[in-house]
Design a protein around this ligand. Structure first.
Ligand code: HEC
Ligand code: HEC
Ligand code: HEC
Ligand code: HEC
Ligand code: HEC
Ligand code: HEC
Length: 496
């Protein structure tokens, strides 16, 4: 088959070969993933992004080569007159070139339609977001897989619907790829995400704030770090809605996101853990109440320049998908599920080990393994070795699912804003020190957000009926400290 003379040059040849090989590889990898359903994340990266880019590069080389070649030919024959290329369909060379060009274009357009559709889906997939930069995204991916949203794609929360946010996310994605390639990404990845899409356009696609749930029952088991690992039961009825389902959002915790309510705040720090300024606007009546922290008020000058944020789901549910549990939480869970057997003092020794930070996961696992075995060999030599093995495995799993030394990701840097035990959470505002000019305070009343239905140990359990609430009883005697201080004053670092 003959082609125009100008085609016969090294650059165009090279381009053709590059394009042909990558096309071949694309087809092979496409068939491979189709036939074997073997859609590994790296295969996708190759077949939908890297190879097509190389193929297009090859295709571009062809006309470049032809152009350089014909210019050179023109120069050497020293016919300096500028002439248009003559396309003569009587000449079989031009017929061949034209049919190759037309068929090639059609095939290419078809392929790129399929390709960009696949590329779109691929770059929106959980695999792409969570696995390709395996090391960087591992903490988010692992915690996500353990969350109730494990079947909700990353993009449902992080990107949402619409082309504008798609483009925005891919632009910031390009920078992230650069940061990974040059190893210049921050560890831990900073939170909160200042450019996160508003909850209205993400969470509310699935959870409808106008229609909320019946009060939720929280049944927790804690274990004290005494020799018996005393089990401490606590059952809370969360007032996520009004006491009567029919009155909907009249009151209760989800009152903050009632469409008639707007709560704005200014945070004193990046992590939004300290909130000295809160304004509540009733959008129906226009009534406004300003609450300021009377203990550590914000400078009036700073308030003028500060950014105010309107409260949405994420200000309480900031860890719906990446919840890094504290050692005391994951060990309690593992003991109550039986994953970690109730060996004497197991809670105590687990806390002794896990209170320290470790430079790498391997070091941590080694210390967990050795310290637990040593502790039981020294103190309880009659313990069943199988139970000790089980305890080591259970605590190891808890560590692997919640603490990621390589990325600096753990509970301490990613606080959870639901609750008030280890992080201030609700008590960032509800701490009795946020006061309005008229002296009204954002409540810290223990019955405002939940009622305590049961508390105590198995053989000494105090219970209430569904409409009553028990007075809180602190598991270990600390006098009235639990009232006078914030819970986090002790609980954030309970095991120093
Ligand atoms: C249910 C919604 C949801 C899903 C699904 C989700 N995320 Fe998130 N993600 C969030 C929220 C909320 C934050 C915290 C934002 C904040 O505090 O500003 C976050 C934060 C992050 C952060 C910043 C670090 C941090 O923990 O604060 C990264 C990175 C991240 N997500 C990656 C992912 C990846 C990868 C996936 C999929 C494997 C995913 N996310 C799935 C809601 C989600
Ligand atoms: C694509 C749909 C979808 C999106 C988007 C979504 N969720 Fe969910 N969410 C669910 C489903 C389904 C469940 C129920 C899972 C279950 O009960 O196992 C759930 C459960 C929950 C729960 C209760 C379970 C728990 O872990 O306590 C909370 C809280 C929650 N979602 C908050 C959020 C927040 C906040 C966002 C936005 C960042 C969000 N969701 C975005 C579908 C979604
Ligand atoms: C003022 C803080 C706050 C805000 C704002 C908030 N929530 Fe909640 N939400 C809570 C608390 C507290 C609970 C009870 C959680 C628990 O018991 O662990 C809860 C529970 C839930 C549940 C689980 C209900 C159940 O019965 O399992 C869902 C789903 C949920 N919230 C979704 C949302 C969505 C979506 C938004 C935003 C439109 C939102 N929340 C805004 C505090 C809040
Ligand atoms: C940014 C500040 C802020 C945070 C954080 C916050 N709240 Fe509030 N909350 C308010 C304000 C302001 C009010 C209204 C006070 C008033 O009546 O003027 C309020 C009122 C309430 C009410 C009473 C609603 C009613 O029926 O009148 C409940 C219940 C409540 N909050 C629960 C919670 C819970 C649970 C959390 C944590 C998950 C939380 N809040 C976090 C600012 C906050
Ligand atoms: C502004 C709302 C609010 C107020 C006020 C409040 N709590 Fe809570 N409390 C919560 C939320 C939200 C949780 C978290 C539930 C969960 O684990 O999901 C919680 C959890 C708890 C728990 C269980 C902790 C755990 O991890 O099991 C106890 C105990 C508790 N609160 C006691 C109190 C006491 C005592 C007071 C009064 C000093 C109080 N609360 C005031 C909102 C509140
Ligand atoms: C003066 C310090 C101090 C304060 C303040 C405090 N606690 Fe505690 N708390 C402790 C100690 C110490 C333990 C015992 C821990 C152990 O044995 O492992 C404990 C244990 C607990 C436990 C059971 C075990 C666990 O670790 O979860 C709960 C639940 C609890 N506290 C709730 C609260 C609540 C809710 C508040 C705030 C209203 C609060 N505490 C304030 C010191 C404190």
């Amino acid at each position: 088959m003959h082609l125009p003379k100008s085609y016969y040059n090294h650059i165009s040849f090279a381009g053709t070969i590059i394009a042909a090989i990558s096309l071949f590889l694309i087809i092979v990898s496409f068939l491979f993933s189709l036939l074997f359903n073997a859609g590994s994340s790296y295969l996708g990266l190759f077949s939908y992004i890297l190879l097509p880019a190389i193929m297009v590069f090859g295709l571009i080389l062809i006309p470049i080569g032809m152009f350089i070649n014909s210019r050179r030919a023109r120069k050497s024959s020293e016919t300096l007159e500028m002439k248009w290329m003559v396309i003569d369909f009587n000449d079989p060379r031009y017929r061949n070139a034209a049919s190759i060009f037309i068929i090639g274009t059609v095939v290419l357009i078809l392929l790129s339609a399929v390709g960009s559709y696949e590329a779109y889906h691929y770059t929106e997939s959980v695999e792409f977001c969570g696995k390709v930069c395996h090391k960087v995204m591992q903490p988010e991916y692992v915690t996500y897989m353990n969350s109730s949203h494990a079947k909700v794609a990353c993009v449902e929360c992080h990107v949402g619907q619409g082309a504008d946010w798609y483009v925005k996310s891919k632009l910031s994605g390009l920078y992230q790829v650069y940061a990974v390639l040059t190893n210049s990404y921050p560890t831990p990845i900073p939170t909160p995400i200042s450019s996160l899409r508003p909850a209205k356009e993400t969470c509310e696609e699935c959870h409808w704030p106008q229609k909320f749930y019946t009060p939720r029952l929280n049944m927790e088991k804690h274990y004290l770090s005494d020799s018996l690992n005393t089990e401490w039961i606590i059952q809370l009825q969360m007032k996520t809605n009004s006491p009567h389902s029919s009155s909907n959002l009249a009151e209760g915790i989800h009152w903050h996101i009632n469409p008639d309510v707007k709560i704005e705040y200014i945070a004193a720090d990046e992590a939004r853990e300290s909130i000295p300024w809160v304004r509540y606007i009733n959008l129906k009546t226009g009534d406004t109440t300003l609450y300021e922290d009377s203990w550590s008020p914000m400078d009036q000058e700073d308030i003028k320049t500060a950014v105010t944020r309107t409260m949405d789901c994420m200000d309480c549910h900031n860890r719906p998908s990446h919840n890094y549990q504290l050692p005391s939480e994951f060990v309690d869970l593992a003991i109550s599920s039986g994953e970690v057997p109730k060996l004497p003092k197991i809670k105590y020794i687990a806390m002794e080990i896990l209170k320290d930070p470790y430079p790498t996961t391997d070091t941590a696992l080694m210390v967990i393994n050795e310290t637990i075995r040593q502790f039981y060999a020294d103190n309880y030599p009659d313990s069943d070795p199988q139970l000790i093995d089980k305890a080591v495995t259970g605590i190891t799993n808890g560590y692997l699912n919640n603490i990621f030394p390589e990325m600096g990701a753990n509970w301490d840097v990613y606080p959870d804003h639901i609750g008030h035990l280890e992080f201030n959470g609700c008590f960032r505002c509800h701490n009795d020190t946020h006061e309005s000019i008229s002296g009204k305070r954002i409540t810290k009343d223990c019955n405002a957000c939940h009622t305590i239905l049961a508390q105590g140990t198995n053989d000494n359990l105090e219970t209430a009926t569904i409409n009553e609430s028990l007075d809180f009883y602190h598991p270990v005697d600390i006098g009235t400290d639990w009232k006078d201080y914030l819970c986090i004053d002790c609980h954030r670092y309970l095991y120093p």
